[in-house]
Write a protein that binds this ligand. Structure first.
Ligand code: PA5
Length: 464
């Protein structure tokens, strides 16, 4: 396992008085051990089935590989229909592990179907999809654990209607449903229509589901070695066995973030220095925000906790957000994700000899430039007392991505336990969903509609 977590730049050792002291970290040792105990005690139970995902899927992985092999042979495109935890993981892992221009590659090099994730209900994007895929040669993977999410079910209705119009009684062969085995509408529809199905265990919530069929089937379809993803997660799980902060990377990171929140650092920036990891930040943003952003704690006390995740990308965002990180409020913790060895590199050729302030670049590689800019940015932020730590992956491959996802899931679980919040619910999302249902005239939401109609209308005074 070559993932390291370097948190020097969170500590007084590097940051001076703005950092966390050794004593302060030690003070949290009991809380951290209790968080570790709670998380371990619930392993595989309640909503912590995701901790078993690296271990208990031998059978399902076999099925996934067989289905993926069939799809790779027969279909030109594979489209994920889903939202939130049912879409962010597949997108993140695909982007991390496949060619940057995968869909544009000739079929001979791609070796599998083109890949799309439709995670919104934007009508323009939906119509645009039909310009680039031939539904008759496309497999659609409808992913929704609840089997009831309005956005995903709208997408399903549109696609299935189109498939039926074009393919008649063969339409069902173009849909795979990934959903709960026992609850929701999608499983009923799957049985009724004869869709192939994969199941999301009831003990695995959306944002913790990438390492179950939600993520594994799409990954296998594009040729990612899903056994290596799971092996990486397993090895990271072993690294997180210790109850001591100094020996458990996820526990260390959760504790540092917990202390930082207490210091008023309510923004968590994730800034990978690799385009391939760009969507890992999107996935992490949901994981961190939805799991920890809570009004009440487990005892019903109003706590209004959570850190706002910010997605950034090195080096691109050095030219946009880093000014703020260096000189704005001291309210952020920056997580750098560093890649030791890029899968390929490009040497900057000789040239511009008469322009020394361009010529200094020549002979170096882009990989060197990327990582030198990371060191420089990190150095400068640290010098200015800005809290940051680095997760370093030796390289980006299925094994390290599995390990990284699992590390971040463990960090989130520990942080939830430290904050004493339920990291697995999302009551704050329900209000907006209910209001949408009311506006769409869904049965049972008449009172909500009434309530909305009697709300204060916008005042013209504030509309220009
Ligand atoms: O993390 C979660 O549970 C949510 O973000 C869900 O993933 C999201 O709401 C989609 O839910 P579902 O898979 O039921 O369609």
């Amino acid at each position: 396992m070559s993932i390291t977590v370097n948190y020097n730049n969170m500590m007084q050792y590097a940051l001076g008085e703005r950092g966390i002291s050794d004593a302060e970290l030690k003070e949290q040792e009991i809380l951290a051990q209790s968080a570790h105990f709670q998380v371990e005690a619930a392993r595989g139970r309640g909503m912590q089935g995701w901790m078993e995902s690296p271990y208990d899927q031998a059978e399902v992985v076999k099925q996934i590989k067989a289905t993926a092999a069939r799809i790779r042979k027969r279909y030109e495109a594979f489209v994920v229909l889903g939202i939130g935890g049912s879409a962010l993981g597949p997108q993140a892992v695909f982007t991390a592990l496949k060619h940057s221009y995968y869909n544009e590659l000739p079929k001979k090099l791609r070796k599998g179907p083109r890949f799309y994730v439709v995670d919104n209900v934007d009508p323009e994007r939906m119509n645009a999809l039909f310009d680039v895929v031939n539904v008759e040669k496309t497999m659609f993977n409808v992913i929704t654990k609840s089997g009831a999410t309005g956005e995903t079910m709208s997408q399903y209705l549109i696609i299935y209607d189109m498939l039926k119009a074009k393919l008649g009684n063969k339409a069902h062969e173009h849909i795979i449903a990934t959903t709960s085995e026992s609850t929701g509408n999608l499983i009923k529809l799957a049985k009724q229509e004869g869709f192939e199905t994969f199941f999301i265990p009831s003990s695995v919530g959306g944002r913790f589901s990438e390492l179950c069929p939600v993520g594994l089937l799409p990954a296998a379809v594009v040729g990612i070695d899903v056994s290596k993803l799971l092996k990486g997660a397993r090895d990271m799980d072993r690294k997180c066995k210790s109850k001591y902060i100094a020996k458990n990377p996820a526990l260390a990171l959760a504790t540092l973030q917990y202390i930082s929140m207490k210091h008023g650092k309510n923004i968590s920036v994730m800034m990978p220095y690799s385009d391939s990891l760009k969507y890992i930040s999107d996935w992490y943003a949901q994981l961190w925000a939805e799991s920890l952003g809570k009004e009440v704690d487990k005892n019903g006390n109003v706590v209004n906790v959570g850190q706002t995740p910010v997605k950034a990308l090195g080096v691109t965002d050095q030219h946009s957000q880093v000014q703020l990180y260096n000189e704005g409020p001291f309210d952020k913790v920056i997580t750098f994700v560093e890649v030791g060895n890029f899968r390929s590199d490009v040497t900057i050729p000789q040239g511009c000899e008469e322009y020394p302030n361009v010529n200094f670049l020549c002979g170096h590689t882009l990989g060197e430039l990327m990582n030198s800019e990371l060191y420089a940015t990190r150095y400068n932020l640290t010098r200015r007392g800005r809290a940051n730590y680095t997760i370093r992956l030796d390289c980006v491959d299925a094994y390290h991505i599995g390990a990284l996802l699992y590390l971040l899931q463990m960090q989130t679980a520990y942080a939830g336990a430290m904050l004493n919040v339920d990291a697995y619910n999302q009551p704050g999302v329900e209000g907006g969903k209910d209001a949408t249902y009311a506006l769409f005239g869904r049965k049972g939401y008449e009172d909500k509609l009434e309530e909305m109609r009697s709300a204060k209308p916008d005042s013209d005074k504030y509309i220009i």
